[in-house]
Design a protein around this ligand. Structure first.
Ligand SMILES: Cc1ncc(C[n+]2csc(CCOP(=O)(O)OP(=O)(O)O)c2C)c(N)n1
Length: 552
């Protein structure tokens, strides 16, 4: 006789799944919808659940570098973190350039790499590379996961780190046996990030002081950097500019943060900037730097940069403040909060009858911009000037289109001659200056914003570095548009730019003519153990860590 008993209700059993399934489920839970990658031995277990997923699209790229730049393009165009996934060893090392690129430009990217099984780590196993060691100085943080039960929490932490504070790339290296092992799945999982508390709210005393300096200044300039875009603070910036009446300059990383058509916009500063923007900074008595880092391409020789200006410097990363130029008023905080608070503080100054008078300043600046407008020479042989081609494309594509550039002369022209009106419409590799960025980043941008027209403006040198991703675009149905310039960086060299040796040589068979091509859519170790996670020491924003001691 069989005895029937009613089971006593206990705690609900947690689902047991593999580490690989936990990885994919966690990516779904943080809201990822696209993963750029290439499979290989160590990451292979993740591919079955990835391809089964109804929420994640996998874009099979042609080279891991393409996966990394595509993740950046996706992130820059959407404001959401980009994700790439590759295998161990050479797959992972091929990600080094795009990870360094994302680090320099503060782009939220989560890079997932397969690692050899735990028992092989440190033995020079087949396709082993200490990718967390290699990427230590070029990631905001990185993790090595050797236990399936840590996967979900680590993915949650990685996305939190990539997107909060100063954004940046985070690498999660997962040993193959951890992907294969069974584990219980819990979501959400509490973070274990001791010491990670990025400051967001600015100090009100500093903000009030900045507002006082703005109304007392005679020649103020708002120097806007990429941090304003990262903080989604374009609306607040427009309000601040209009309330104060101060001129605005937008760095290469901030094109689109303030409409080019706005009367108060003087253009881009620096060695490729407009005369009015450079002149304004040089003659300013106050620079209010918002999410900008006084990059050498903006300042030139630091000692002679803006010699008469007092500096208000607002940035979410305290490490940026006074790094290159001393800040008289440092403000640490998220640019959106900082600018909103500045607007309120300026309003209070105005209410108290203190308002800046910049009429003489504007007379000088207006004279500069009418005397020295941006321009270019028309070729005497009747061919089209490349600047004209870029300008025309910009006008035809309209203000909603997204432009992605490679690195070189064409990048500067795309920054200068397309009129940017909205955030997220100009993507480029500003900090690292990575040739090969344009095509894969445009692909990523188009995946993230399928309704936008996405243009890659490239040079032929850059194009040859990653053009295989056009095949990815064609096979995956990602219709980007491409305009590649033939010219081999020569004009850049002629303009005395800091160039690599290839920049000065014309490649055999390349002509100097320009053309518009239709994009892909139509035809177009060391022998030492990898540092364990607890080797990390988390700093206030960018994470600082003691290096794990190397074994002989
Ligand atoms: C990966 C990489 N290698 C080398 C360089 C140095 N570099 C900067 S621009 C440039 C030439 C770019 O030529 P091209 O793509 O034809 O663009 P153009 O300047 O002609 O518009 C070189 C070699 C770089 N920025 N990135």
């Amino acid at each position: 006789m069989t005895e029937h008993t009613t089971p006593t209700p206990g705690p609900r059993p947690r689902p047991r799944i593999t580490g690989a399934q936990a990885l994919i489920r966690s990516l779904e839970n943080v809201g990822v919808d696209a993963v750029f990658g290439i499979p290989g031995g160590a990451i292979l277990p993740a591919y079955d659940p990835l391809l089964d997923s109804k929420k994640l699209r996998h874009v099979l790229v042609r080279h891991e570098q393409g996966a990394g730049h595509a993740a950046s393009g996706y992130a820059l165009a959407t404001g959401r973190p980009g994700v790439c996934m590759v295998t161990s060893g050479p797959g992972a090392t091929n990600l080094v350039t795009p990870i360094a690129d994302a680090y320099m430009d503060s782009v939220p990217v989560v890079a997932i790499t397969g690692q050899v099984p735990t028992a092989l780590i440190g033995t020079d196993g087949f396709q082993e590379a200490d990718i967390s060691g290699i990427t230590l100085p070029i990631t905001k943080h990185n993790f090595l996961v050797t236990n399936a039960r840590d996967i979900a929490r680590t993915i949650g932490e990685a996305f939190h780190l990539a997107c909060t504070g100063r954004p940046g790339p985070v690498l999660v290296d997962i040993a193959k046996d951890a992907l294969q092992a069974p584990t219980e799945y819990d979501w959400p999982v509490p973070f274990e990030l001791p010491g990670y508390r990025p400051v967001s709210r600015p100090h009100s005393k500093q903000v009030r002081e900045a507002a006082r300096m703005i109304v007392e200044a005679r020649r103020p300039v708002l120097l806007v950097g990429g941090g304003v875009l990262k903080a989604r603070a374009a609306a607040q910036l427009a309000e601040l500019a209009e309330r104060t009446g101060a001129p605005v300059v937008t760095t290469l990383m901030a094109r689109g943060a303030f409409p080019d058509s706005h009367r108060q916009h003087l253009g881009m500063p620096g060695m490729h900037g407009t005369v009015a923007a450079v002149g304004a900074l040089q003659k300013a008595d106050l620079i209010v730097a918002l999410g900008a880092r006084f990059d050498d391409r903006v300042t030139g020789k630091l000692a002679s940069f803006a010699p008469g200006a007092a500096i208000v410097h607002a940035d979410i990363d305290p490490a940026e403040i006074s790094k290159n130029r001393h800040a008289d008023v440092p403000i640490v905080g998220d640019c959106r909060d900082v600018i909103a608070d500045l607007v309120a503080a300026v309003n209070s100054e105005h209410a108290a009858g203190r308002k800046g008078d910049y009429s003489a300043w504007w007379a000088l600046l207006d004279n500069m911009r009418t005397t020295y407008p941006l321009g270019y020479e028309q070729p005497a042989d009747g061919s089209l000037a490349p600047q004209y081609v870029i300008e025309r494309i910009g006008k035809m594509a309209g203000p909603e289109a997204v432009f992605v550039a490679g690195v070189g002369q064409h990048q500067m022209w795309a920054a200068q001659f397309v009129s940017y009106q909205r955030p997220g419409t100009w993507l480029n590799s500003g900090g690292l200056g990575t040739m090969g960025f344009a095509v894969p980043a445009a692909m990523g941008a188009k995946v993230g914003r399928p309704d936008a027209q996405v243009w890659a403006i490239d040079g032929d040198g850059c194009f040859q570095m990653t053009n295989q991703e056009l095949a990815t675009c064609a096979l995956e149905g990602i219709p980007i548009k491409l305009r590649a310039r033939r010219g081999c960086g020569r004009r850049d060299r002629d303009r005395g730019q800091d160039r690599g040796p290839a920049g000065g040589h014309r490649l055999r068979g390349a002509s100097r003519r320009d053309g518009v091509a239709d994009g892909a859519g139509r035809h177009e170790q060391r022998r030492h153990p990898v540092r364990p996670r607890h080797g990390a020491r988390l700093g206030p924003d960018r994470l600082t860590r003691a290096r794990w001691p190397r074994t002989k």
